[in-house]
Design a protein around this ligand. Structure first.
Ligand code: FPP
Length: 266
C-alpha cells in the first residue's frame, strides 16, 4: 500500500511580502486576479477538490469587499476558463452551481456596497441556471455605480481576440469600418472589456495565487503593460492583507510604458 503524505497546511502569509502597503499611496484602478490553488487547498486538508472551490467562493466575497474599501474601480476575477470544461464532470457541475450560490447569498450585500456585477465570457454555453443567476445579479446591481465586479466566466483570451477580429472583418466588409482606422482603441472596443470606460479597460495589476507563474489565456491583449504579481498563497487563504501586499508591490514598481523616467531623459 502506498501512503501519500499531504502537508497539513502550506500557508504563505502577507508577512512574507517584501513591501509595506501605503494607504496614502497609489491604488491600481483595475485589478485582475487568476484565482488558483483551490484544489491544492482542499487536498492539503484531505477534502474533495470542490471543498476548495466552495472556500474560494468565500474568498471572492471577502476580496470584493476589501477591494471596494481600498477604492479599486474594477476587479476582474478569472472564475472559469474556456479550457476548464476538460475537468471531471462533477467538478464542472459544481463550478457552474457556484455563481448561483454566490449571487443568491451575496447580492444584497453587493447592493449595499454599491457594487455592480458584470460577466464577460461565452455566457451562451453556460447551463441555463447559471445564465439565469448571472442575468439576475447583473440586473439587480445595474443601478450601482461603485466597484465593477467583473467575472470572467467561460472566458478565454485567444477566443476573445478571434471573435474581435471576426467582428472587425465583418464591419470592414460591410463598409462600417476602414482598415486604416483599426488601432489600439478600436481593437479594445471589440474585446470583452470594451464595456468599461477606456481608462479602466486594462488591468494595472494582475495577481496570480498558488505559486504558478503563467497567464493561462487571460486578458492577453489587455495586460500589455500590467504589473504582474505572483504569490504562493492558495486562493482560499488569500485575504485583505494579501491583497494589500500585492498593492504594496505595485506601489514600488517603476511604470515607464516603454518610455524613460524624467531624470533619465537628460
Ligand atoms: C483554480 O484552482 C480555480 C478555478 C478553476 C475555479 C475558481 C473559482 C472560484 C475561486 C470560485 C468562484 C466563485 C464564483 C462566485 C464564480 P484549481 O482548481 O486549478 O486549483 P489547483 O491548481 O490547486 O488544482
Amino acid at each position: 500500500m502506498v501512503l501519500r503524505f499531504f502537508p497539513q497546511k502550506e500557508k504563505y502569509t502577507p508577512e512574507d511580502a517584501q513591501f509595506v502597503f501605503d494607504p496614502e499611496g497609489s491604488v491600481p484602478k483595475h485589478v485582475a486576479i487568476i484565482m488558483d490553488g483551490n484544489g491544492r487547498w482542499a487536498q492539503n486538508r484531505r477534502l474533495p477538490r470542490i471543498a476548495g472551490h466552495k472556500e474560494g467562493m468565500e474568498t471572492v466575497k471577502k476580496i470584493t469587499k476589501h477591494a471596494n474599501r481600498l477604492g479599486i474601480k474594477v476587479l476582474t476575477l478569472y472564475a472559469f476558463s474556456t479550457e476548464n470544461w476538460k475537468r471531471p464532470e462533477d467538478e464542472v457541475k459544481f463550478l457552474m452551481q457556484l455563481p448561483v450560490d454566490f449571487f443568491d447569498t451575496f447580492v444584497p450585500e453587493l447592493i449595499e456596497e454599491n457594487v455592480q456585477v458584470h460577466v464577460m465570457g461565452y455566457e451562451e454555453y453556460l447551463p441555463a441556471h447559471t445564465q439565469d443567476a448571472v442575468k439576475r445579479a447583473i440586473e439587480q446591481t445595474s443601478k450601482n455605480d461603485g466597484l465593477v465586479l467583473n467575472f470572467a466566466l467561460n472566458y478565454g483570451s485567444r477566443a476573445e481576440i478571434i471573435t474581435a477580429i471576426k467582428q472587425m472583418a465583418q464591419e470592414v466588409k460591410e463598409d462600417e469600418l476602414s482598415i486604416e482606422a483599426i488601432n489600439d482603441e478600436i481593437v479594445g472596443d471589440h474585446l470583452m472589456t470594451g464595456f468599461l470606460p477606456k481608462e479602466l479597460r486594462d488591468p494595472e495589476l494582475v495577481v496570480r495565487t498558488s505559486g504558478e507563474e503563467r497567464i493561462s489565456n487571460f486578458l492577453l491583449w489587455q495586460l500589455a503593460y500590467s504589473e504582474l504579481y505572483f504569490t504562493k498563497a492558495l486562493w482560499p487563504d488569500f485575504d485583505g492583507d494579501h491583497l494589500e501586499a500585492a498593492i504594496a508591490s505595485f506601489q514600488q514598481r517603476n511604470r515607464r510604458f516603454g518610455g524613460l523616467n524624467k531624470e533619465d531623459k537628460k
